[in-house]
Ligand binder design. Structure first.
Ligand code: TYD
Length: 204
């Protein structure tokens, strides 16, 4: 049963797929249309998220996959309780740049069971109303990244991440061709979001 009024949109995809740019463009367009938008991200902005970012920038993947997953879960609990749930309860539109499907794909690619990761997350994290998976060949996504590479940005690993993203299913999950130019991709995502919002109840 749906008791909340807000709308939760998650952007997912491999590193370099353009999620962050598209999340920002969507937030701006929806704000301009008069919606109340909260733009957020995972790893989150709190202490746990900062710790995770330091770890991901570090020289080695020294944690076990299980311990790594626990850190992402702890960060997500903080994010859900402090940002996502309050915004949804206030009827706002939440756009999150990565959500629990990132754990399913990235920690699943380390060997943990993706279904188990999904269930562990859905036990506490609200299911999004809409998820965009930005689909792009890994080589092309990596070529876009200008920053120093993170631990996770190894081609073979990202291929496994992409393969798990490919298996995700649900009426709320939409795959989008992310090889398009940023403005064309934005137009596509905005139209899809508006379609989903209209179906959701036309609020806002
Ligand atoms: P990313 O969005 O790429 O961070 P930024 O662009 O701000 O540096 O996310 C950081 C990395 O964290 C990315 O490689 C994916 C990884 N990640 C996981 O492995 N599991 C998760 O649950 C989440 C949210 C992210």
């Amino acid at each position: 049963m749906k008791t909340r009024r807000g709308f939760l949109l998650a952007l997912e995809g491999v590193d370099g797929s353009g999620k962050t740019t598209q999340a920002r463009l969507l937030a701006v367009s929806l704000l301009q249309q008069g919606r109340e938008v909260v733009l957020t991200q995972e790893p989150g902005a709190g202490p746990m998220g900062q710790r995770l970012r330091r770890y991901l920038r570090g020289p080695a993947r020294r944690l076990t996959p299980q311990d790594e997953l626990e850190l992402f879960l702890a960060d997500r609990r903080e994010h859900v309780d402090q940002v996502i749930k309050p915004a949804l309860a206030a009827g706002q539109m939440v756009i999150t740049d990565r959500y629990y499907y990132s754990s399913v794909a990235y920690q699943g690619a380390l060997g943990l069971d993706p279904i188990w990761i999904l269930e562990a997350n859905e036990a506490f994290a609200p299911r999004p109303d809409l998820v965009f998976i930005l689909v792009i060949p890994v080589a092309r996504a990596l070529a876009r990244l200008r920053r120093p590479r993170q631990l996770s940005e190894k081609p073979a690993y990202l291929e496994r991440v992409a393969a798990i993203y490919d298996t995700l299913q649900g009426s709320h999950i939409q795959r989008v061709d992310a090889t398009a130019s940023p403005p064309a991709l934005h137009a596509d995502l905005l139209a899809r979001t508006q379609g989903a919002l209209a179906e959701f109840g036309g609020e806002g």
